[in-house]
Design a protein around this ligand. Structure first.
Ligand code: SF4
Length: 358
């Protein structure tokens, strides 16, 4: 079947303007496409590049990733957020080794059964890695199609999502799939931008409904407003006499599952009991200014407390789920951004205090 005008316009644009030098566009494999696609979910290209390069250098093959420990994988992800992505990557790598003899599957039905691989990531792997037809609908493609066809409704609603998939599928060609897929993603990222779209340099502007009717910024429809909830807690930055800091692995399901955190509490009165249950006796403590960390669906208001303790029993040492972090050592544990920030700040403060105190 010959290419439609839409497809030809997109492909012509790609040959002149498409991005071809991103790290994951060199030596393309299903593994490299998969890692980059997962990292690029909710994260900008410029942020992803250093993470991608470090990840691929430590885990150059799916087998290397499968054989790594969870802590090492989480440590490579620390700072990228949405940590379930890293847990799913690790689990999927193990499944590819155990169930697919280490060979990345290329069939849609196999791909979407793997943890963390949805229809879009599967489509990207099929098209970008195997050059086989596989429609995709990431945030950039959604924006282009919503505007081009003036699709009403929020893309999170199932009706709008179905309409978007209908057009994503309709426009995906049977040939030149790799170039087309890369091109429509690039147009969304570099031309059909969220706030400052460059419609006059867009290859499909002549038929774009939102452009023709001067309503570009009204599409895609925004998510219906929902009040962001707030949660608050205290982070207990417990230090011993050598200024090592006590961290625990979070085994609870949720956003920070399997990452290393400070013990935390919701009530100051619980601080003493929390330390005592870990064999620690409070000597002094200092409450720092409250800080905020924003997630997609809530805000965490956390108040750090630096607590100096004496260690009564070595309950916290050499356990799989707790560790004394030494500020001199390079951190090799997966910690979320606020913990990393506090470790850096607290580490400097502790060293500074010691120098001041002689
Ligand atoms: S013409 Fe403008 S709004 Fe339409 S697809 Fe192109 S950049 Fe987006």
């Amino acid at each position: 079947m010959s290419l439609t005008r839409f497809q030809k316009s997109i492909l012509n644009w790609y040959h002149k303007n498409g991005r071809k030098n991103l790290p994951w566009q060199q030596n393309i494999s299903a593994y490299s496409v998969w890692i980059s696609e997962i990292m690029l979910q909710q994260t900008q290209v410029v942020t992803v590049i250093p993470y991608y390069e470090r990840f691929m250098s430590s885990f150059p093959t799916v087998r290397d990733l499968a054989e790594a420990t969870q802590d090492v994988v989480m440590e490579h992800w620390a700072g990228l957020g949405y940590y379930s992505r890293a847990r799913n990557l690790h689990q999927t790598a193990k499944m590819i080794i155990s169930e697919f003899q280490g060979i990345f599957p290329s069939e849609m039905d196999d791909l979407v059964k793997l943890p963390g691989i949805g229809r879009t990531t599967a489509g990207a792997i099929k098209s970008l890695a195997f050059n086989q037809r596989g429609p995709i609908l990431d945030g950039n493609v959604k924006r282009v199609l919503s505007r081009y066809h003036k699709i009403e409704g929020w893309s999170g609603s199932s009706k709008t999502n179905q309409t978007l998939w209908f057009y994503a599928d309709k426009h995906t060609p049977n040939t030149h799939v790799r170039e087309y897929t890369q091109a429509i993603m690039d147009i969304g990222a570099t031309v059909c931008k969220k706030n400052n779209p460059c419609c006059t340099s867009c290859p499909i502007h002549e038929k774009c409904k939102a452009f023709m009717e001067n309503e570009v910024l009204s599409y895609p429809a925004k998510r219906p407003h929902k009040k962001i909830q707030e949660r608050s807690c205290y982070f207990l930055i417990i230090k011993d006499k050598n200024s090592n800091i006590f961290l625990e692995k979070n085994r609870h399901k949720g956003i920070w599952q399997d990452l290393w955190l400070f013990p935390k509490c919701n009530d100051l009165e619980d601080m003493e009991q929390i330390c005592a249950s870990r064999g620690l006796k409070i000597k002094t403590f200092e409450i720092l200014e409250r800080q905020t960390h924003t997630f997609s669906h809530f805000k965490l208001l956390y108040t750090p407390i630096i607590i100096e303790v004496s260690v009564k029993e070595q309950l916290g040492n050499n356990s799989q789920d707790s560790v004394w972090y030494t500020s001199n050592n390079k951190l090799k544990l997966g910690v979320p951004a606020p913990v990393k920030l506090l470790l850096n700040t607290a580490g400097k403060m502790l060293i500074f205090n010691e120098v001041q105190n002689g």
